[in-house]
Write a protein that binds this ligand. Sequence first.
Ligand SMILES: [Zn+2]
Length: 66
Amino acid sequence: MKVNCLVCGHNVDLDDVYSDYEGMIRCFVCSTLLEIKTEDGQIKSVRFARAMGGARGAAENGDQEG
Ligand SMILES: [Zn+2]
């Protein structure tokens, strides 16, 4: 099974272990964390979890100012 990295576009090859999985994987090319969900060997969702630099972390919550 392959997951397309949302950042660098590389096809991350996943083991059979991930055919029924929900959690984080790391793209070994750009080291981005992707949050994936799979079921019966099918990819249900791929989401951008976190970049290595963490440059755009604050935009997610937007609850910092007070
Ligand atoms: Zn990547």
